[in-house]
Design a binder for this molecule. Sequence first.
Ligand code: HDD
Length: 694
Amino acid sequence: MADEQIEAVTGVGRGGEPHQVAAEGLTTSQGAPVPDNQNSLRAGARGPALLEDFVLRDKIFRFDHERIPERVVHARGYGAHGVFECTRSLTEITAADLFGEVGRQTEVFVRFSTVAGRAGSFDLARDVRGFAVKFYTREGNWDLVGNNIPVFFIQDAMKFPDLVHAVKEDPDRGFPQAQSAHDTYWDFVSCLPESTHMTLWQMSDRAIPRSFRFMEGFGVHTFRFLADDGASTYVKFHWKPVLGCQSVLWDEAVKINGADPDFHRRDLWNALSSGEYPQWDLAVQLFDQATADALPFDVLDPTKIVPEESVPLQVIGRLTLDRTVDNDFAETEQVAFCTQNVVPGIGFTEDPLLQGRNFSYLDTQLSRLGGPNFTHLPVNRARCPMAFFHRDGHMQHEVPSGPINYEPNSSDQGGPRERAGAQALTTFAEPAEGAKTRLRPESFADHYSQAAVFWHSQTPVEQDHIVAAYVFELSKVVEPAIRTRMVANLRNVDDALAARIAAGLGLELPGASACAVPVRTDLPESPSVSMLRNPPGTFAGRVLGVLVTDGVERALVDGLRHRARDAGAAVVLVAPRVGGVADADGDPLAVDAQLAGAPSVLFDAVAILTSMAGAEELAFDPAAQDFITDAFHHSKFLGLGQHCEPLLRRTGLFGRTDDGCFVLSSDMDAGAFLRACAELRHWPRTAVGGANPP
Ligand code: HDD
């Protein structure tokens, strides 16, 4: 039979690639035409439904089985397609084909995620974000399964189930959802000093990103690049967002979760749909054994970074996300990332966390996706030619032909054989010997020195937020001994940090907990770990929310729109009624959102343009009051039309406006306002040094 005939008859191509053949009308899943999709087959119009109605049964049977187990961690995620382009060839350092030639493009699929919450939880949990990238290279799939934080909670995979049990909802009551702010989590980490560095990152604003588009990604572990001749170079992977890093404040996060629980996925969807393709540079830190030996930490310890100041980043490529998924389940839910998926030229190290992961990811797909043939699913399928003798299993989609399903064989002379030489997947020839033991190396013993570097490298505003986050989280802890133990650990990081948290908790400052090794005070700061010390300096990709009322000056609205477009930002018009407003000339002005559903927490900066009557109406509207006070207290830049006084007075902001507030009465004002917005926040407005900043 010809290929077309097979496809027409079976819906499956000769290569086994399943696809749906569009029929003219609805069919059952067996292809029979559906005569009526509304009424089941019954004996008489008011009589019993008949068991023979296979159309009804087929429909309900398929529906009943739509769900599969959600991921045990990282259940809530969002995916997108894109392309990776090599911008610097690394052929002397790695045989990896995707880095072989400048300009070489590799298809990718990326899934961002939160860790602790269920699939239906909200986007702005205080949590680590997953940043998993599947590269469909010409030599197989490489999965770089990273996070937006460069270190991890634990040093050994043995502790992972306990960590996850502790952070997820309590098993007896089934809550709290998507939160680390509860006893079991802080009990666990307070008993585990190695997690201290990670909790500092987690309490920083890194854990409440403004958007997936504005966060960094990290491979976390030290990996190996392997050259054709077998030479090895240590490598750490970093994703740097081209639009820079940005986070929200905790008070905003809490409110965003109510106003738009899908805030992050909507942001990505909107960006991709409007052609604003987010990009990240892939940068690597490359170093040899001598450099690794000279570092004050063990590069196999995933609770440590290699500071960028010690081993600088080198950009080797650029990732562009350019396509939304067509189907959330088929792609985002079914994508199966496995850290074990590497390609020739990329190898593992003896990091015990990584070694454990290499088992867990493959293993978990079996219960999530039902069997080993998940590799056939379109989103998981390697794009390069494949040849293997794996056979059968649940949901085999291939139709392998012929009697030879083993190797070596003498019958299938043209059949696939193992590959040696340059193209092969190689392992670094690391000598290994020693008695079997369950010992942690001495080089993993220092749990506090790098946490202290992180703390000291933050700006005062960032330190404020870290203190407030610890105070918030530990205030949710019911058992006082847990709070005390955590603060005692933090005394080893910095006395002032611990004292501020203790003050915020109303806790007597405990003594420092015991340290396995002395905390080092000679390590230099690492400015690269601070987001505010590395501002993007652009408003591009951000969103300006403009609240308008009847009687608004059209020219001001247009001016803001033009200026925002020039800055690469989007404008969302908000009004008391979604039907729009009439401008000062009485002409209709369409708007994008209604005020009650579009609070200022959804925007990066806001403007309020009203008539006098409009401002007086807004002054008594609680949603408008929140719109301006939240924006002000969240240190956002505000553009205020000339008639805002009633609203300012009513909200107590009259006379308190500062350099971050711009009166908008002309196009020039709009220009100055949008230029200032590139700073993203007007931090001087926020008091520094307290335990409870916003
Ligand atoms: Fe993990 C999912 C990242 C340690 C076991 N992990 C998962 C995902 C990301 C990470 C981004 C979601 C992938 C997706 O979108 O489908 N995990 C990390 C990082 C770690 C880490 C950066 C430390 C450096 N993970 C880790 C350990 C173990 C696991 C130590 C187990 C020993 N992780 C899993 C898992 C998951 C997973 C249970 C759940 C769903 C999945 O794998 O596919 O196997």
